[in-house]
Design a protein around this ligand. Structure first.
Ligand code: FAD
Ligand code: MLT
Ligand code: ZN
Length: 448
């Protein structure tokens, strides 16, 4: 039996895609920068079928590219030439919410938006949220340890994932979905799989902790002088507002770019160089506390506040529409870095001179020192731009990937954030769990 016949036996021939026009959407990433030709895309519907697919590939020595919603921004979700794409999209079952524990078990292919719609009517919410919610899957979010807009309150995906079910590279199924918050019985297999970017196993199901749905919300868009002022304002907000849930930063050129691609009006009558978006949420209206902060903080040049759904959404659009607006201008070099908060302003000041070419657009999750460095018009100098920015990050003791992962885009620079000893540990884990390197080759780890 050929590999394609074995895959068809595993999932049904209708779910082995080989037609070039139908394969195209699996082969290119969200930014349009990363692409590869797949042998086929395979769409199993449950864990047993995933295991059968992986076993067939293991028997044939066939590399696998694991794909969820394909919203990843570091080239990890698209194939190297000749891989099969293993799509988890059909593993979309959502279990009943366990209201005693405040947890839920979901298939890896469930999108974040669907999960939110499922749990919110029951008074729960998902601790991680970001603009790709309609397409990104819970499996992809766990594989990348996604962060997003609420990390300051709820942590990253790792803090939400209490259990996983995964298929290893030889087809073995490892299941740990009981969700016990306290469990010290040896190596933490669950946490190991989170942030592994699909290099150690295929996540098929996840046990997630849920957070309370907070009904009263207020968003403030605040104009400030610069990055230092943004950091100063967020520090006070963190100290004074227990209801603080999000703190984002962006700049005038980013707002102008967003306005070119949306119908948004100017946010203020006057122009301002930088902006902080704050969101507070609680059981009781947090508006008065937020207004008190805005009145006392010397960093505030101007501010506008919204508590209603529509007004909040409009203010968030200035921030969340950055990613699509940047893509609308061309294929960007996207870097996703973090530096210690005390160095963020210096880092931002040095960036324009550090890049050899291109147009910078910066925004990010300011409380974590996490900046999205986007460079448009880098032409054929993407590598040189990446090298310059990541070396600057390393000089500040920062991370070359704060939330999107290393993927294919940054694996050559992993040594800037991880020691040789740490990389050796990672390689030993990879060799132990996937000795033939079939899962996501080229992702995360540089060649041996
Ligand atoms: P994919 O893109 O399909 O895959 C991402 C990686 O995970 C790949 O390496 C893939 O092989 C692996 N993978 C996927 N599913 C599995 C699985 N079931 N088992 C094992 N490995 C798997 N990210 C943030 O962290 N914070 C943000 O604020 C944020 N905002 C975004 C906004 C926009 C508009 C867009 C387009 C992206 C944003 N991202 C953000 C990046 C992206 O959405 C996240 O990385 C997301 O977690 C990827 O989920 P996905 O299902 O699309 O995964
Ligand atoms: C975001 O915070 O909006 C993202 O991580 C996406 C991006 O970097 O463009
Ligand atoms: Zn982000």
């Amino acid at each position: 039996m050929t590999l394609l016949e074995a895959l068809a036996t595993a999932v049904g021939s209708g779910h082995v895609v080989t037609d070039a026009s139908m394969l195209a959407s699996y082969e290119t990433d969200w930014t349009g920068r990363f692409t590869g030709r797949a042998l086929a895309a395979v769409r199993p519907r449950d864990t047993a079928q995933v295991a059968a697919v992986v076993r067939a590939c293991a028997d044939a020595g066939q590399p696998i590219c694991i794909q969820g919603g394909n919203t990843g921004l570091v080239g990890g979700s698209v194939p190297v030439d000749g891989s099969i794409v293993l799509s988890l999209a059909r593993l979309d079952a959502i279990g009943e919410v366990d209201t005693v524990a405040g947890q839920v078990t979901v298939g890896a292919g469930v999108t974040l938006a669907r999960l939110q719609q499922h749990v919110r009517p029951l008074g729960y919410d998902v601790g991680v949220d970001f603009a790709a919610r309609e397409s990104c899957t819970v499996g992809g979010m766990a594989a990348t340890n996604a962060g997003g807009e609420r990390v300051l309150r709820y942590g990253t995906m790792r803090a939400q994932v209490l259990g996983v079910e995964a298929v290893l590279a030889d087809g073995t199924v490892v299941s740990r979905l009981h969700g016990l918050p306290k469990d010290n019985t040896g190596y933490d297999v669950v946490s190991l799989m989170v942030g592994a970017e699909g290099t150690l196993g295929v996540l098929t199901a996840l046990r997630l902790r849920l957070v309370p749905l907070l009904p009263a919300r207020t968003v403030a868009l605040v104009a400030v002088d610069d990055t230092a002022a943004a950091v100063g304002l967020v520090r006070q907000a963190r100290e004074q507002l227990p209801s603080l849930e999000a703190a984002e930063v962006f700049f005038l050129d980013g707002v102008n770019l967003v306005r070119r691609h949306t119908a948004l009006p100017a946010p203020f009558a006057d122009e301002h160089p930088a902006f902080v978006l704050l969101e507070c949420a609680g059981r009781h209206d947090p508006t008065d506390d937020l207004l008190a902060l805005l009145e006392s903080a010397t960093e505030v040049r101007d501010a506008t506040v919204a508590s209603d759904v529509r007004g909040r959404h409009t203010l968030w659009q200035y921030r969340e529409a950055h990613t699509e607006s940047i893509n609308a201008e061309g294929v960007p070099v996207k870097l996703d870095v973090a530096v210690p908060l005390r160095s963020l302003a210096d880092f931002v000041a040095q960036l324009p001179d550090a890049i050899p070419v291109g147009r910078l657009v910066l925004f990010g999750h300011v409380n974590e020192g996490n900046l999205h460095v986007n460079v448009l018009d880098a032409r054929d100098e993407a590598e040189a731009v990446t090298d310059a920015v990541l070396k600057l990050v390393a000089s500040y003791g920062g991370s070359i990937s704060a939330e999107h992962g290393v993927g294919r885009a940054k694996q050559a620079w992993l040594g800037l954030s991880r020691s040789a000893e740490e990389i050796a540990v990672m390689r030993a884990l990879k060799d132990a769990l996937d000795p033939n390197g079939l899962l996501n080759p080229g992702v995360l780890l540089p060649p041996a």
